[in-house]
Design a binder for this molecule. Sequence first.
Ligand code: FES
Length: 377
Amino acid sequence: MSDSTAGQRPGDSEDGRPELGGPAERPRRVIGTPPPAEARSLLSGALTEAAQAEEGALARRELPSDPEDMAKAKRAERVVAACFILAMLAGFGFIASYVIFHTGSVTAVQHSNLALGSTMALAFLAMGVGATIWVRHIMPDVELTEQRHPIRSEPQDREAFAETFWEGADASQFAKRPILRRTLIAATVPMAIAPIVLLRDLGPLPGTSLDHTVWRKGMRLLTYGANTPITPADFSSPGGMITVVPDGYQNDFNALAKAACIIIKFAPGQVYYTTKPYPVSGYTVENWTVDNIVCYSKICTHVGCPAALYEQTTHHILCPCHQSTFDATRGAEVIFGPATRPLPQLPMTVDAQGYLVARSDFTEPVGPSFWERGPST
Ligand code: FES
């Protein structure tokens, strides 16, 4: 052993500094033909002697920073730049399509989807083609083999990674070719801002529209399906329950989503009335009923399912979604389930022809219980 190598451990470099992690421990990049698979087995835990000898024979060289054929690379550069510009235009086309095409009908939705899908597909396709040509015709064409060992985060490894990263960045020509760099960045800009444009789908603020339904003073109650007005005499058998809708809105499902109601006929003395002209907890407002016919919202105050099941014997209104149960004799107060608010009662009377009509809209919002915070007006 010569003086220059005295005290040098296996894996130390010629200047005496330990090599990063030692030959059997640290990940290494090998340029050229990789060693046989058995020499790279993860099961062995370390390279075999034969594999080490073979690796030592591999020519070690730095990544070339320029491709061999510069003229060909220049042509490829122009093609890649064109792809990235096309991707940028397609990205802006996606945003423009979103703004231009509206979705008021099935045909409009089809046109919108076609424009959005084709522009987005073109943008990604152009980006992909550009990136592929960049890698294949501009970056150096060398084969890399990465030895895989247990991952460590030693400082030496991080330094080696940083060195490798900047070497690769240099080889990618990203810094040297400003036209590629700029067109790539330009191509990604519309894709980055596209989600911001999609915020438009949040739509206008609802304002006070959710506080009200279409029920108005004098509006007749129609039986759902038959669409016929109802007189108290038509609905004279105690224990009956039917769904009613506002006259003029029987086919407007947006309106019915909030305005659908149920009316229930009670026998005298079955209902716990309050004489106050407003809802009182545990009581039904007597002045809003006609001949012991009571009208409640059909929209469950839990999360809005139709509360459409009625038990004649117990006078319970049941919501099939999560089993909220309301007592129809006590102002539809909640007696079971996740709902926390009674079904609102619709003020009711009869018109000059003797038909059941609304006295007004509901005096409180219908539907899910987040309205417990109170109407916004
Ligand atoms: S929606 Fe009625 S109980 Fe949940």
